[in-house]
Design a protein around this ligand. Structure first.
Ligand code: ATP
Ligand code: MG
Length: 265
């Protein structure tokens, strides 16, 4: 044991698309993993399967030793997720959104205190009685992350948490994520290489629903002979394209339009 996440041959098929094509991965407790990959690589689908938002078609996945299909009720209590399309209730205030999540996950006597503490930790005091729809994009994301952690999850999933944030807000969120790192296992998806480089213990590079490479930055640098994550990523991604043109020339474009939306089935 000791694994926060363990998957074996995890597959998600949609009608005409295999979004995740056999993911085998272990994540240690307390580790921060960055999931990288081009648009449509299967990152969000992976997050959804591991948080019981969508059911795997095949394969196995466990969170802290609990099966995502058989023990889904327990798994839902163990995980927190800040989805790619932030899921704040627009017509509730910041405080009400947090109360809703706290009531869902925490015993009654802890809930009010947790809401206060979280509002402070995320610098949301001046907005706490504002309707969430009035927040800027960055603050909406902050709220979404605050909602994901208020239930004290063991495993936290952040799907592109800093998309669209300004440089300062991003740096501040990095510090908040750093602080969370001590207490929980974190899976972070991002398109920002410097973000993965700054935060991740290990990096997973996905393509077409498969893991193409996994390791620390140093290991991936050694593997590719490149320096820095951006060059490592480009080298692995371009190699994949070369391989595809030899072995799988049939790739079609027609499913791609769905990928940015990332909706459930
Ligand atoms: N509900 C769905 N029905 C059909 N196809 C889907 C569905 N959800 C995702 N897909 C497809 O599965 C593939 C993987 O999508 P996913 O959202 O997991 O990618 P991603 O790596 O998160 O991409 P991005 O970086 O754009 O967020 C894409 O080709 C997408 O179009
Ligand atoms: Mg995604």
């Amino acid at each position: 044991m000791g694994y926060a996440i363990k998957t074996e041959g995890l597959i998600k098929r949609y009608k005409d698309k295999t979004a995740v094509a056999g993911l085998t991965l272990t994540v240690n407790e307390g580790e921060l993993i960055a999931l990288l990959g081009v648009n449509g690589a299967g990152k969000t689908t992976t997050v959804k399967m591991l948080t019981c938002l969508t059911k795997p078609s095949e394969g196995k996945a466990e969170i802290m030793g609990r099966d995502v299909i058989k023990d889904s009720e327990e798994v839902k209590r163990l995980v927190g997720v800040s989805p790619q399309d932030t899921s704040v209730a627009e017509n509730l205030t910041v405080k009400e959104n947090l109360e809703f999540m706290a009531d869902l996950y925490l015993p009654k006597e802890k809930s009010a205190k947790a809401v206060e503490k979280t509002i402070k930790a995320f610098g949301l005091e001046e907005f706490k009685d504002k309707k969430s729809k009035l927040l800027s994009g960055g603050y909406k994301r902050k709220l979404s992350i605050a909602m994901a952690i208020i239930g004290e999850p063991k495993v936290l999933f952040l799907d592109e948490p800093t998309l669209g944030l300004d440089v300062l807000a991003r740096r501040q969120l990095w510090r908040e994520i750093e602080a969370l790192k001590k207490n929980m296992t974190i899976v972070l998806t991002t398109h920002y290489m410097e973000e993965a480089q700054a935060l991740a213990d290990r990096i997973v590079i996905m393509n077409e629903g498969r893991v193409m490479a996994i390791g620390t930055l140093e290991e991936l640098e050694n593997l590719t002979g490149k320096k820095g994550l951006e060059d490592v990523f480009v080298s692995i991604a371009e190699k994949m394209e070369d391989d595809e043109s030899v072995s799988a020339p049939k790739k079609t474009e027609d499913d791609e339009s769905v990928s940015a939306a990332g909706k459930m089935e």
